[in-house]
Ligand binder design. Structure first.
Ligand code: ZN
Length: 300
């Protein structure tokens, strides 16, 4: 059994762990994401201590907030790029760990990692084409198309698609520093807090915020469904902890598609089509472990 390291590098916290698989995840540790000068040495120290107590690591997998460079042949592979998070632009994240710990590094976006975790052990097992969307402080999407992660110019940024915004219904201008009222700017947890003046998780289940939220998310989903034809959509993140959102969204998706896609998954089995992650809030860190496994296999 290979001992692997995993990092779920989120915008608010880094979750670090070591383990051999989903049933053996050890020493799960949370480090606040402050500055690279503060956070990265703490992550390094965590792994140095683990190596001392548990033995050598065979590889480390990282799922990171973006945008990041995921192109394996790029000179800046594993770097944070033009991220809106202050201080984190142009930081060689994967290279630092590789140099300091001399292990193979698997690297992808946080949402692609979570998607991979769900593919390996969760609700996307056996699926070739699916998406994983996280709705938290920000909105991100990843997944597989034809069994492969979506790569190209960079990686998908599904949270920043532009959607209709009716200012007479919702006068909130949006919160994205780049596009203002993109999907993330209208429907992230951050946007909800700005619009309603209180944290999303403090809004009661019957608050009108949720119908509006479901409408925006369903608009995003309809676009992804029409563009990528996913066999299933998995939705995680803090905002999705509001379970009433799932039924609101499912009926909105059906309504917006208006019987155009005449398939059972939309017409009669939508409860099984738009689902929460089976791995819950462990999808990201387990996905990072799966990335480590891939890096080890690529090395061998
Ligand atoms: Zn945006």
């Amino acid at each position: 059994m290979s001992l692997l390291g995993a990092i779920e590098a989120g915008g608010t916290k880094f979750v670090c762990a070591v383990g051999t698989g989903p049933d053996d995840l050890r020493s799960v540790t949370r480090i606040p994401t402050t500055t690279p000068e503060e956070t990265l040495p703490q992550a390094l120290n965590f792994f140095r201590q683990q190596i001392k107590s548990e033995g050598a690591l065979d590889a480390i997998g990282i799922g990171a907030f973006g945008p990041v460079d995921v192109r394996a042949d790029s000179p800046t592979f594993g770097w944070f790029l033009n991220t809106p998070k202050p201080g984190w632009q142009q930081i060689d994240f994967a290279g630092l760990l590789r140099r300091e710990l001399t292990v193979p590094i698997g690297f992808d976006t946080d949402v692609n990692a979570a998607a991979l975790g769900e593919h390996q052990w969760g609700n996307a097992q056996g699926l070739e084409t699916f998406i994983y969307l996280t709705v938290g402080t920000g909105i991100g999407g990843g997944g597989l198309v034809g069994g492969r992660p979506i790569r190209g110019l960079l990686h998908p940024e599904m949270g920043h698609i532009l959607i209709p915004h009716n200012l007479s219904v919702d006068p909130f201008v949006g919160s994205c520093p780049f596009h203002q009222d993109c999907l993330e700017g209208l429907a992230s947890g951050f946007a909800m807090e700005k619009r309603w003046g209180q944290r999303a998780d403090s809004l009661p289940a019957d608050h009108p915020a949720w119908a509006l939220e479901a409408d925006y998310l369903a608009t995003g989903l309809v676009n992804f469904i029409l563009m990528l034809s996913p066999e299933r959509i998995i939705m995680g993140g803090g905002v999705m902890a509001q379970k009433q959102l799932f039924s609101l969204m499912r009926s909105q998706v059906r309504e917006k598609l208006n019987n155009y896609l005449d398939v059972p998954k939309i017409i009669s089995e939508i409860e099984d089509y738009i689902v929460p992650p089976k791995l819950g809030d462990k999808a990201g860190i387990l996905g990072a472990l799966a990335l480590a496994q891939q890096a080890l296999e690529a090395e061998a």
